[in-house]
Design a binder for this molecule. Structure first.
Ligand SMILES: O=C(CO)[C@@H](O)[C@H](O)COP(=O)(O)O
Length: 248
């Protein structure tokens, strides 16, 4: 257990250190603001979709409330949860129900310690591949850059319990892709933080669309495995500015 000890389970009032409180506030602000990217890129309609971000150094994450208009999402109504997905009582936003996918996000954070952000959308082209139950083959350099290969299909899973989380982890552990298409549902993406997972959500929709378009013209041409490796390594390690910069 790290800086916090499962306050939701212990019943003790949640009393973070000033440093942890500042860190939670920063994640709240970040997660709330990032939801605007989902509407900006046309990845969601109405109140669908959700973003969460892990609180660095604590067994906590922040996720959006369920079924609230995107225009009303703000730092103070984001919901703080422990890694079992339980809402931390008495914290801002805790009077509302968290996202219906909270258990899935929590499962990912518990089982993939390097993941700092999780995103789910119903972006239309990615959902079309998910409804087909088909992985997106790696046939463009942009896909090799971003995902290092195909975007895999995950199992069909029921919403609300651990099933979606288990499907995400089983599919993505040991895989280069930061996106999985959950069968008959849609894309879930992971990243080193919430912004990185949002980027993967934007990119998976873009590749789902371009490979769909390719299919209308004929059979997509594969990229040799060595070229995929080389493109992935260059993009992940050399592209853009310093890794701590803002262009990656
Ligand atoms: O598809 C699902 C459920 O998996 C969600 O994306 C809902 O469409 C939005 O749920 P909330 O995050 O608002 O509960």
């Amino acid at each position: 257990m790290s800086a916090t000890t499962a306050p939701a389970a212990s019943g003790a009032p949640f009393a973070p250190s000033p440093e942890l409180a500042a860190s939670i506030d920063a994640v709240r602000a970040d997660v709330a603001k990032l939801h605007a990217q989902l509407t900006r890129y046309g990845l969601v309609v109405w109140t669908g979709g959700n973003i969460s971000g892990r609180v660095p150094g604590a067994d906590l994450f922040v996720i959006k409330p369920s079924g609230v208009d995107y225009d009303d999402l703000a730092a103070e109504n984001m919901i703080l949860c422990d890694l079992d997905g339980a809402v931390i009582p008495g914290t801002p936003g805790s009077d509302r129900s968290p996202s219906s996918d909270t258990a899935a996000h929590a499962y990912v954070y518990r089982n993939m310690p390097d993941v700092g952000g999780v995103v789910h959308t119903h972006s239309p082209y990615a959902v079309a591949w998910a409804a087909r139950g088909e992985s997106i083959p790696c046939v463009t350099t942009a896909m090799a850059d971003e995902f290092g290969g195909e975007v895999p299909i995950g199992p069909f899973a029921i919403i609300g319990d651990d099933s979606i989380g288990r499907g995400i982890v089983e599919t993505l552990k040991g895989h280069r892709s930061r996106a999985v298409l959950m069968k008959n549902h849609g894309p879930f993406t992971i990243g080193k933080n919430a912004r990185d997972a949002v980027k993967a959500a934007v990119m998976v929709e873009d590749v789902a669309r371009t490979v769909f378009l390719t299919r209308q013209l004929g059979e997509p041409q594969p990229i040799p495995a060595e070229a995929i490796d080389s493109l992935f390594n260059r993009y992940q390690n050399v592209y853009g500015q310093d890794p701590t910069g803002s262009l990656n």
